[in-house]
Design a binder for this molecule. Structure first.
Ligand SMILES: Nc1ncnc2c1ncn2[C@@H]1O[C@H](COP(=O)(O)OP(=O)(O)OP(=O)(O)O)[C@@H](O)[C@H]1O
Ligand SMILES: [Mg+2]
Length: 232
């Protein structure tokens, strides 16, 4: 198994103020799968993604990625691990405003070792004509494609997407989802994508449903729908 999450728990506060945000979460994913993390607001999607991405610590449990338990890594090796293996895409792009599209994407390559060719990637993201613009001169979809490029240039084994289409309109959302599906197929990148949109689960081979920090259901999908055919 590529990813193995075992009995992961995260708790905020103590005694009367205790809130269990992740409650004994266990699941595993094979390399190359595309998994959606579905659940209502507050169910723990972002917390789980951040834990898998080594951005938040948990009190209990383990997260094995390619046999490394990242919950046991100290700050430096964890940073190194994140740089070499993980890509993040967020709802609100998080681009650097003073850098152009090309430079924002290139930032991802400064921290990686074996990287994709910048120009080819920009063309694949359909951003070539916008490569010298700054984020504020771009549409939301273009900014998100740029953010995906920044995450992808270092060829991550695992791409974590937190509501990547949450700020986008219908048509642009489907373009971004199609891009994520293409990346998953072409580069065999394992993808975990948090969403509260049920329709998006149809493009994923796996869906984990969260409610109140617990796994409500964990299902496989044998009849994959292409992202461009999703409807909601
Ligand atoms: N610092 C904190 N202290 C206490 N509780 C917190 C803290 N940060 C998050 N939480 C709680 O953790 C729970 C899960 O939050 P999380 O952001 O993971 O949910 P989510 O599923 O991503 O929601 P959304 O769909 O709104 O993004 C929420 O109930 C939230 O209030
Ligand atoms: Mg969230």
């Amino acid at each position: 198994m590529f990813l193995q999450v075992d009995s992961l728990s995260k708790i905020y506060g103590s005694n009367d103020n205790k809130s269990i945000v992740l409650n004994k979460i266990s699941f595993s994913l094979e390399k190359g799968s595309l998994c959606t993390l579905l659940g209502p607001s507050g169910s723990g999607k972002s917390t789980l993604l951040n834990a898998i991405g080594g951005l938040e610590s948990c009190q209990e449990g383990s997260i094995l990625i390619d046999n490394t338990d990242i919950t046991k890594l100290k700050a430096n090796p964890l940073g190194e691990y994140r740089r070499n293996h993980l890509g993040f895409v967020f709802q609100f792009y998080n681009l650097i405003p003073d850098l152009t599209v090309a430079e924002n994407i290139q930032v991802g390559s400064f921290i990686g070792k074996d990287c994709l060719d910048l120009d080819t990637l920009i063309k694949n993201l359909d951003l070539w004509e916008h490569r010298n613009k700054f984020p504020k001169q771009l549409s939301g979809g273009q900014q998100q494609r740029c953010a995906i490029g920044r995450a992808l240039i270092k060829k991550p084994d695992l791409l974590l997407c937190d509501e990547p289409t949450g700020a986008l309109d219908y048509k642009t959302s489907k373009d971004i989802l199609a891009l994520i599906q293409k990346i998953n197929k072409e580069y065999k990148t394992t993808v975990i994508m948090a969403t509260h949109n049920e329709a998006i689960t149809h493009m994923a081979d796996r869906t984990i449903r969260l409610r109140d920090g617990m796994i409500l259901a964990d299902t496989k999908n044998d009849r994959l729908v292409s992202a461009k055919d999703l409807e909601w």
